[in-house]
Design a protein around this ligand. Sequence first.
Ligand code: IPM
Ligand code: MN
Length: 351
Amino acid sequence: MYKIAVIPGDGTGPEVVAEGLKVMKTISEKFKFKYQLEHYDLGGERYLKTKEILPDSVLNELKQMDAIYLGAIGHPEVKPGILEQGILLKIRFQLDQYINLRPVKLYPGVYTSLKDKGPEDIDFIVVRENTEGAYAGVGGFIKRGTPDEIAIQEAIHTRKGVERCIRFAFEYCRKRNRKNKVTLCGKTNVLTYAFDLWERTFREVAREFEGIGTDYAHVDAICMWMVKNPEWFDVIVTDNLFGDIITDLGAMIQGGLGIAAGGNINPKGVSMFEPIGGSAPKYTGKGVVSPLAAISACQMMLEHLGEEKAARGIEEAIMKVVKQDVKSLSAGKMGYSTSEVGDLVVKYILK
Ligand code: IPM
Ligand code: MN
């Protein structure tokens, strides 16, 4: 019996999470595993009503779960940062979900903005460090609001944090067993301290993994290569901020935020799975956004829990939907509503 926390969150989060849970129910009946859901109403609405962001009692409950399934965090009436830092980043940090794992995989039938590239070219995964870097929240203001204002925002890179992330990437690459190549994405030519540490650690860890090739690209160049030669990549490992940026680019080449999912992984603790697209306030409640990213996140969650057949079952159903049914993954252009797309996934699972 898996105990799964559900945080639908803000904006379109609840509507896509509902579809993921619909699929979860179907797949669990088919593959005969049991789970129990615990819903949490964290997000902008609760904050506006009660000023509560993420109470310690909730955080402690989350620590007892087998996994967390999250929709989206971010509300147009709440100052940017409050909910993102207070909920999403707090969970990532407090539960030590030190890996953010983001597959970039183009399924047959999905439109990619890259001309002349197909599913055989676009299939890699980004391992993003998820608890340090520029996200550590170290810094401050001096003379705020005056002409002499100074803002400092430090990036924190620890040997331990960097090493465990890089080791995860190599282990993942070996398990994935595709091109057997790990690319470090950094900026060694400018961030000469941080990425010196990354590069040295990368070279050391690589020695433990015979048969896995290595490569390096600066973050700006990798944005170019991801568009020009995505087939070069198998596993990309990078720091928190660069990982944030390049995975939005990755989402675009795999067909958009409507299909891009991610896992916040603590290999020995509680992990959290989410569509990476955000709360999309302008589409909220309209039933027009794709639930496939949230359904893919559910797939990643089941794979993580060890329900590999169920995960594959979901992926196969998603692949049928994108190949045969939806016209586009863009909001309002699918040719179906959010819940109809969820129903299609369910239909193929049952077939
Ligand atoms: C993501 C998001 C978050 C991040 C925001 C909402 C804090 O963009 O999951 O990629 O920057 O990590
Ligand atoms: Mn992001």
